[in-house]
Design a protein around this ligand. Structure first.
Ligand SMILES: Nc1ncnc2c1ncn2[C@@H]1O[C@H](COP(=O)(O)OP(=O)(O)O)[C@@H](O)[C@H]1O
Ligand SMILES: [Mg+2]
Length: 316
């Protein structure tokens, strides 16, 4: 099965992959088929199991159950062979704070046993990741964005086919985030497969494919567009009800999945099976003396997230 998976352009497969810590099930029987040469995202809140999954995929943590393959190789039996072909950027900065940029990169080159003109390779990495002015600066004194560029330079120094990036932008400013994503797209265009975890909706939206993860399970999967188009809810925006009791009374409706305040608007997620939802909302608000404008609108990724995690909780 693994051979066929590789030839069809799948970089990572997981079947019933599970990890427990004592009684806690951190990753709960997940299945994944992650295509190669693309940017694939794990979107999920803190504690949903993203890091644990990534650590199993790069062979740092043993599964409690199930299995996973990277390039057709077992993450348990072939961890060493896989490690040489992947770059991993952990959630927490893990380079040597006391070493400079050049020293860190040289250290990584030695770790991987890189051969040939290592100096040229390090110079290339400095140029690509804008580290020239930081050559002799210790990592511990760098800003979040600078550390992140150094970490990505280190993770890509051995030209890996696969990059696993664990919330790589959580400690950087918006401009650095944009620059970082430009680099990810360049790497993907050059053929790398990138698996990136995030809890930012806007980042998730930039991925080619996406798994939404909640409580250790994949609750929805697909391209961001397909996920938004197929969301199992109708979305309404209500204007003119701010500062009123509208959110509370709307939330009490059994067919409402959620109400969010966005500036002066309320965003309501309604069960798709509800007949005349807009009419019912209007009538309800009228009974409370609120004259509001109600409009149907397209689903966002956040809506997909709310609906799929809610369905998961209900267990249907
Ligand atoms: N080494 C560990 N020991 C015990 N529990 C852990 C360990 N690592 C993670 N967990 C727990 O597993 C769950 C998933 O964690 P994690 O994979 O870090 O989630 P995420 O990366 O999505 O924030 C959390 O409840 C976390 O507390
Ligand atoms: Mg994490």
């Amino acid at each position: 099965m693994s051979g066929a998976a590789v030839s069809s352009g799948i970089a990572i497969t997981a079947r019933q992959l599970t990890r427990k810590f004592g009684d806690k099930v951190a990753v709960d029987h997940i299945d994944l088929d992650i295509p190669s040469g693309r940017i694939y995202g794990f979107l999920g809140p803190n504690g949903s199991g993203k890091s644990t999954t990534l650590r199993m995929l790069c062979g740092m943590l043993l599964p409690s159950d199930g299995h996973a393959e990277v390039f057709g190789l077992s993450v348990v039996k072939d961890a060493e062979a896989i490690r040489r072909r992947l770059g991993y950027m952990p959630q927490k900065f893990s380079l040597w704070e006391d070493l400079t940029t050049d020293e860190n990169l040289q250290f990584i080159a030695d770790l991987y046993g890189l051969e040939g003109d290592v100096g040229a390779r390090i110079a290339q990495a400095r140029a690509t990741y804008d580290l020239e002015s930081l050559r002799r600066q210790r990592a511990g004194t760098m800003s979040g964005g600078q550390k992140q560029r150094l970490a990505l330079a280190a993770a890509t120094l051995h030209a890996p086919e696969l990059l696993l990036l664990d919330e790589p932008t959580s400690a950087v400013d918006p401009q650095s985030r944009r620059d970082f994503w430009e680099r990810l797209f360049e790497l993907a265009e050059a053929g790398a497969t990138i698996l990136v975890s995030t809890h930012y909706m806007d980042e998730a939206e930039r991925c080619h494919g996406l798994a939404i993860i909640a409580d250790g399970r994949v609750v929805a999967e697909g391209t961001p567009r397909a996920l938004m188009e197929s969301v199992d809810a109708d979305i309404f925006e209500i204007e003119g009800a701010d500062g009123s009791e509208a959110p509370r009374v709307i939330r009490e409706l059994p067919w409402v999945h959620g109400v969010t305040q966005l500036g002066i608007r309320l965003r309501v997620l309604a069960d798709r099976s509800t007949k005349d939802a807009a009419e019912q909302l209007r009538a309800l608000l009228a009974r409370h003396g609120i004259d509001a404008r109600i409009e149907r609108t397209d689903a966002s990724l956040e809506d997909v997230f709310v609906v799929s995690t809610r369905r998961e909780k209900r267990g249907d």
